[in-house]
Design a protein around this ligand. Structure first.
Ligand SMILES: *Cc1c(COP(=O)(O)O)cnc(C)c1O
Length: 393
């Protein structure tokens, strides 16, 4: 059996999304910047998509800027704003749990004379609002806190963070890439000035996303080129990608309630079976504050990298930490920050569910998981005996 439980890394595209995109590769392929009919048909589709996406997040069309995805949106938000503040203010606040697209941009800004505070997270996976308040000083111009953490699924108090920023005259960016497909967003209610989203996390295509930039806020361009996206983000418009993203987001929001109920049931079944059958494991972060699709579990005395491989041999896809970290040997810096423990970080595995998962898949995963944990712990204990005796058996 093949079971995909790595939906926080990327999702399968909906068939209807693929179908909605196809005409824009073949018949309606014109460059939307062209004045002829081939181009104009594309413009209509892009305008419609922009309107739909804006409506679904509570914004307006002229606040949506299409990008190549979450990474570009995060880079653009942080760097684009920071450049406007050169010679004026120099302090940024973010968190230790951000995606590398934010953390590594913050590092670059630090190397260029900006000062960055990285807020810690508690064992529930949450930042502390009092710590945020006391980190603010007269130099602070930007706060960037992710909406949903990609490793634990924990939702941060976005509205409250936005309120604190507004009161202090500070801009607020949120990386909301993991929020859809599980959580609704309203940029106005939640006091958001800038927000990053990416289609491939909600059953849309890879390589397309958007940055929401609140009306009136002007940030620097990252790219230099043509006049696309009102001169803010040059590059030939990805018509098919934009159409696919709008289709995927429409479906996501329309089916959210129904799918969330299904996904939550699957996850609860999964968690209960793990807790009932596998001793010495615990959930990382406050599961009641997490989106329904993600759970991160620490299996004591197990190396998560080995577990990921062992599950893969059984046809099960999961991840140790985030995809971007998993490619290297580094363990999860998010779980390290949350638990304060290197061994917890090295023994934690993320399971992320979607609307396509079925209850019988959960039964299969539990069966394999129990076998794998038992075998691995036997091996670990064996090595302990060899080590303390100082000889081979
Ligand atoms: C996946 C992800 C990104 C990167 O988005 P891409 O579209 O893959 O570049 C950024 N932030 C978070 C929280 C993510 O999960």
């Amino acid at each position: 059996m093949n079971v995909y439980l790595d939906n926080a890394a990327t999702t399968k595209m909906d068939k209807e999304v693929v179908e909605s995109m196809l005409p824009y590769f073949t018949d309606i392929f014109g460059n939307v910047s062209s004045v002829h009919t081939f181009g104009r048909k594309g413009i209509e589709a892009v305008d419609k998509a922009r309107k739909e996406i804006a409506l679904l997040i509570g914004g307006s069309s002229n606040e949506i800027y299409f990008t190549s995805g979450g990474t570009e949106s995060d880079n653009w938000a942080l760097e684009g704003v920071s450049r406007k503040f050169i010679g004026k203010k120099k302090h940024i606040i973010t968190t230790v749990m951000e995606h590398p697209a934010v953390i590594n941009t913050a590092k670059v800004l630090e190397n260029n004379g900006f000062e960055v505070t990285y807020l810690n997270i508690d064992k529930n996976g949450l930042i502390n609002l009092d710590e945020l308040k006391s980190a603010i000083n007269e130099q602070t111009f930007l706060v960037s806190v992710m909406m949903v953490n990609n490793e634990t699924g924990v939702i941060q108090p976005i509205k409250e963070i936005g309120e604190i920023c507004r009161k202090n005259g500070i801009l607020f960016h949120t990386d909301a890439v993991q929020a859809f497909p599980y959580r609704k967003i309203n940029v106005v209610d939640e006091n958001i000035d800038m927000m990053s989203c990416s289609a491939h996390k909600f059953h849309g295509p890879k390589g397309i996303g958007f940055l929401y930039i609140k009306n009136g806020l002007i940030i620097d361009n990252l790219l230099n080129g043509g006049h696309q996206e009102r001169g803010m983000r040059p590059g030939t418009t990805n018509t098919a990608g934009i159409v696919g993203m709008a289709k995927a987001l429409n479906t996501t929001v329309a089916e959210m309630e129904k799918n969330n109920e299904k996904i939550l049931n699957l996850r609860e079944k999964f968690i209960k079976s793990v807790i009932d059958n596998i001793p010495n494991c615990h959930i990382n972060g406050d599961i009641d504050k997490a989106v329904c699709g993600i759970v991160n579990i620490c299996f004591e005395n197990i190396k998560s990298a080995s577990m990921v491989n062992a599950l893969d041999l059984e046809g099960i896809a999961v991840s140790a930490g985030s995809a971007c970290v998993a490619g290297s040997v580094k363990s999860s810096y998010v779980i390290k920050a949350l638990s304060g423990s290197d061994s917890d970080a090295e023994s934690s595995v993320r399971f992320s569910f979607d609307k396509y998962n079925m209850p019988n898949q959960i039964d299969y995963v539990i069966e394999k998981l129990c076998e794998i944990v038992k075998n691995m712990r036997k091996t670990t204990n064996l090595f302990k005996i060899i080590n303390t005796e100082g000889k081979f058996i």
